[in-house]
Ligand binder design. Structure first.
Ligand code: FAD
Length: 423
């Protein structure tokens, strides 16, 4: 086991963890001893959250040093592996075995346990968040013992998106399917008028996974359409124009000049190399950024984006880009997409902390009629009461946390004040 004594930061360098130490056990047994021993402990993934969600008043513990030990079930319908493993590594192992995940987030560098805990998503109006692929999670509980929660168990829907408040996840089991191929195409310039009257849903349904980008200038600048190529077909025909936007032959640099994105030239390749935006072997994204994201009902998405556009001149000086993605509804108690097909309105801001902090209440103000739920791992200024009002099953989650963690070992900080109602 190694530990660090210096104050450490999240991936973007926007948050300094207040916890006294970060422990990095290399086996589940060692992790169990640590959890049993420490009075206050919170799990830390690959540190990609932009806020204090992973932090706590005691120690932090990562599971990234515990071996992946990836096991494909005999029926080839699920895969089990160490929770600290990054999505990209799971994807490569699955692809080698001729299998696939249903979706990926923009970044393959994020740990599966950490992504699951906050409801991380990709895009696709018919695709649930990444957490909807979870079949089972194995937790180290407050007394150091292991327990597994499986799909179908009464507490499963409350346990998948858990923000680290129910224990430390050691092993994750995800649904898998036969490998498939994807092509990624770029379209430039969708006029805002195309989003009205159900246009936003239609835009989001263009591909298996669709992302629209804008800086709130004249139009939606780029649309990335990731299409599944049916088994037995070499390729598919894609239109030259969609929603007034012209097909473009390849990626157009934005946010970063680095060639760190997955192929966008319409070539056909493995799902693992087309569904994420960023390549596993390159530095992801811009790095020097702050992210915020709000989930609204997909069918109110056009109006919600129009409301944000009224703030364009205030947002633009601090914005790298906004991304719009769709996520199918699910039933998880703490899910940002619980009960409604959603449009995620994402902001990658420059690292201008004071200006971004001043902007958030304004964005949340114009989005208020659409009852936005903020991404658990990104910045927001919504009050605990506002957040609480948007999660009808929060009381049940609090009871579940109380049942599994009566001494509040996994609490403190953000989860106490924002989620668990423990002032
Ligand atoms: C460049 C970039 C791109 C991103 N793209 C997307 C995207 O496409 N879609 C999206 O939805 N989000 C995206 N995010 C946000 C990111 O997916 C989430 O913040 C995610 O939770 C980060 O996972 P992590 O492993 O870094 O966890 P951390 O940030 O380290 O922790 C997040 C939460 O997970 C808990 N946790 C971590 N590991 C465990 C464990 N083993 N057991 C129990 N709890 C655990 C922590 O306690 C904490 O509550 C992006 C972030 C960045 C920096």
């Amino acid at each position: 086991m190694t530990f660090t004594a210096e104050r450490e930061q999240n991936w973007a360098g926007t948050y300094v963890y207040g916890a006294s130490r970060i422990l990095n056990p290399t086996s589940i047994a060692e992790l169990q001893e640590i959890v049993a021993r420490e009075p206050k402990i919170r799990a830390l993934g690959t540190r990609h959250s932009f806020n204090e969600v992973a932090d706590g008043p005691g120690v932090l513990v990562t599971t990234t040093g515990i071996p992946t030990d990836l096991v494909i079930a005999d029926d080839r319908k699920s895969v089990t592996f160490g929770g600290g493993t990054r999505y990209g590594e799971v994807a490569l192992a699955l692809e080698e075995a001729g299998l696939a995940l249903h979706n990926m987030g923009s970044l393959p560098h994020i740990s599966v346990a950490g992504a699951t805990a906050t409801g991380t998503h990709g895009s696709g109006a018919r695709n649930g968040s990444l957490a909807t692929a979870v079949r089972a999670l194995e937790f180290v509980g407050a007394d150091g013992s292991l327990r597994t929660v499986r799909r179908g168990d009464p507490e499963f829907d409350g346990s998948v998106i858990h923000l680290g408040a129910l224990g430390v996840v050691t092993r994750v089991t995800l649904d898998v399917e036969p490998s498939y191929r994807v092509r990624q195409d770029v379209y430039l310039g969708v006029p805002w008028s195309e989003l009205a009257g159900g246009g936003i849903r239609a835009l989001m349904e263009l591909g298996y996974s669709t992302s629209a980008f804008t800086t709130y200038a004249d139009d939606i600048t780029q649309v990335w359409v990731k299409s599944r190529v049916p088994e037995g077909q070499a390729d598919i025909e894609v239109p030259d124009e969609v929603f007034g936007a012209k097909h473009h032959p390849d990626r157009v640099a934005f946010v970063s000049e680095d060639d760190n994105t997955t192929p966008m030239d319409g070539s056909v390749g493995s799902w693992a190399t087309r569904l994420p935006h960023f390549r596993l072997d390159r530095t992801p994204s811009n790095g020097d950024e702050i992210q915020a994201e709000y989930f609204v009902a997909l069918d109110e998405g056009a109006e919600a984006v129009a409301a944000v556009r009224t703030l364009a001149d205030r947002i633009q000086p601090h914005l790298l880009v906004t991304e719009l993605r769709a996520i199918r509804a699910d039933d998880y108690w703490l899910s940002e997409t619980q009960g409604r097909d959603s449009l995620a309105i994402h902001f990658t801001f420059n690292k201008h902390p004071a200006e971004v902090a001043a902007l958030l209440p304004q964005i949340e103000g114009v989005l208020a009629p659409f009852t936005p739920r903020p991404h658990w791992g990104k910045v927001s200024s919504l009050s605990p009461a506002e957040v609480e009002s948007r999660y009808p099953r929060l009381a049940e989650f609090r009871a579940l946390a109380e049942q599994h963690d009566p001494e509040h070992k996994f609490g403190g900080g953000f989860v106490d004040s924002r989620v668990l109602g423990r002032a």
